[in-house]
Design a protein around this ligand. Structure first.
Ligand SMILES: NC(=O)C1=CN([C@@H]2O[C@H](COP(=O)(O)OP(=O)(O)OC[C@H]3O[C@@H](n4cnc5c(N)ncnc54)[C@H](OP(=O)(O)O)[C@@H]3O)[C@@H](O)[C@H]2O)C=CC1
Ligand SMILES: CCCCCCCCCCCCCCCC(=O)[C@@H](N)CO
Length: 325
């Protein structure tokens, strides 16, 4: 017994920690925010606006982009009032590459690209129009690709040798599929593949990719989105907490500064990231240690959650049948 204890708590860390210290890739990095150009899509509302506030407060040069000029102007005023800093505003739709390219050329080289634009319809696929599915994928996934295609050439050719960042606002529904989010989860899971592949392509240019995974977050978008959420979506989403946009923004910048590939925002998020670590990069040898040693534990917790969710779905279907007969 004492031997087993010694092996697990002393020998294992003693052997594993130095190995992990040497193998974690990409290597740890520090990305400064002060005096850098932070460009935020969806920066006029919700999480994007909170990110803009925080970036301005940290002394960055901030640009925000969204479709509605009125909302952009309101955002600019609120940031000016809170921090005294004037942010640049750009009206464009992420779906339109030419418009995006024009904005990016005008805004100048970007050090931190934060992609926080997004739409979220919760509805069963059966009840969704294909045009709504396509719209979700076009904005959430293609919109990010349009932005990156427009930003990358200048980002790669920058004179400044400091590391830079591309960070996506995904969602916990981009780590686990959720009832009612067929289109949305597809768009957010898509970002993970995009980010993993992109990181390999841009690491040579000292560009570091992050994926932020917020739970439900109190934003104007959520207030709208909640109006048409199916009952089962509500039940499953309640497995994770609800956060304020500025808490998410704080977690986001903590992670971006360290070039973290996964940025979790709450405790459930950490569990999700452990359970879904897969083949994603990990820069922190300590987190890698937790991932390796804990491995089976998040999996059993995950199976318990799935058990609960499928029981809710079964129960809901039974009640529906009962109510019909
Ligand atoms: N709130 C939540 O519970 C969670 C949100 N997320 C993600 O966070 C991100 C932000 O969400 P949230 O802050 O709640 O949303 P909001 O609806 O409050 O804000 C969305 C922002 O994106 C902009 N936007 C939307 N469509 C486009 C477009 N086609 N082109 C350019 N800009 C666009 C909006 O401005 P405009 O309409 O003027 O274009 C607005 O600035 C999304 O990607 C969402 O999926 C993730 C997890 C939880
Ligand atoms: C090891 C296992 C741990 C399990 C924890 C389970 C938590 C999963 C809950 C999923 C929450 C999805 C939130 C979506 C938020 C979002 O993007 C929307 N606001 C958009 O409408």
């Amino acid at each position: 017994m004492a031997d087993a204890f010694f092996s697990f708590f002393v020998l294992l860390p003693l052997i594993l920690l130095p190995i992990l210290y040497f193998i974690v890739r990409p290597r740890p990095v520090n990305i400064p925010i002060k005096n850098r150009h932070v460009f935020i899509t969806g920066g006029s509302s919700g999480i994007g606006l909170a990110l803009a506030h925080r970036a301005a407060a940290e002394g960055a040069r901030v640009s925000i982009m969204a479709r509605s000029l009125t909302k952009l102007e309101e955002a600019r005023n609120s940031i000016k009032n809170a921090t005294g800093i004037e942010v640049a505003i750009y009206a464009a739709d992420v779906q339109e590459y030419d418009a995006v390219k024009k904005v990016v050329d005008e805004a100048g080289p970007i050090d931190v690209l934060l992609l926080s634009h997004g739409v979220f319809y919760a509805s069963e696929l059966e009840k969704m129009e294909l045009s709504e599915v396509k719209f979700t994928l076009d904005v959430n996934l293609m919109g990010c690709l349009n932005m990156i295609k427009a930003v990358l050439p200048k980002m790669k050719n920058r004179k400044d040798p400091l590391p830079v960042s591309i960070a996506f606002v995904s969602s916990q529904a981009g780590q686990v599929g959720v009832y009612g989010y067929v289109a949305y989860s597809a768009s957010k899971f898509g970002l993970r593949g995009l980010a993993e592949a992109l990181q390999q392509e841009v690491i040579g240019d000292n560009i570091h990719v992050s994926l932020i995974f917020p739970p439900d977050t109190d934003t104007p978008g959520l207030v709208e989105g909640r109006k048409r959420r199916p009952e089962l979506t509500k039940i499953i989403i309640s497995s994770s907490g609800i956060m304020k946009a500025d808490e998410v923004a704080q977690k986001a910048f903590d992670g971006i500064r360290h070039g973290s590939f996964f940025i979790s925002c709450n405790l459930e998020g950490i569990a999700l990231s452990l359970a879904t670590a897969g083949l994603s990069p990990q820069r922190s040898f300590l987190m890698a240690f937790v991932e390796v040693v804990a491995a089976g534990i998040p999996r059993i917790v995950a199976l318990c959650f799935q058990c609960n969710w499928y029981r809710s779905i079964e129960k809901w279907h039974k009640e529906k049948k009962f109510n019909l007969s």
